[in-house]
Design a protein around this ligand. Structure first.
Ligand code: 5GP
Ligand code: ZN
Length: 117
């Protein structure tokens, strides 16, 4: 069983921010912003490339609820999913990083950037 499935099952403790029948939001163990929440479906899906449109519809609404709950729906936030090896995915249970609580930096994502201008 994957690490996030163990969190869903309560086998690994987590700091839950918000929960519904199908989704869970909890604080990232190594936060990269004042607010850094992981949002996951409770069912195991490896990555974004494998998720159904139906699950994403529910996850969209749930994510908006989380943003409202932690008070960043109006100040702004960043929502990221790393997909697969090149995307830098480390945990292969679909998750979205919800980052906010301050002005975020926008770093380059690859050394080898081809500029068109
Ligand atoms: P990825 O690189 O797969 O997009 O992100 C995985 C994230 O999961 C990382 O930000 C990492 O800090 C977080 N993480 C890994 N293990 C745990 C854990 O056991 N508990 C929590 N709350 N976060 C975790
Ligand atoms: Zn899983």
């Amino acid at each position: 069983m994957c690490i996030f499935c163990k969190i869903v099952n309560g086998e690994i403790p987590n700091n839950t921010v918000h929960e519904s029948e199908h989704f869970l939001a909890f604080n990232d163990l190594y936060p990269k912003a004042p607010i850094h929440i992981l949002i996951i479906p409770k069912i195991h899906v490896d990555c974004f490339q494998d998720v159904s449109a139906e699950t994403m519809a529910g996850l969209t609404q749930f994510t908006q609820e989380v943003a409202r709950k932690v008070g960043i729906d109006e100040t702004g936030y960043r929502l990221i999913t790393n997909n697969g090896n090149d995307g830098g995915q480390e945990v292969f249970h679909l998750h979205f990083h919800l980052l906010g609580g301050g002005k975020l930096k926008w770093d380059h994502s690859h050394e080898d950037v081809h500029r068109s201008i």
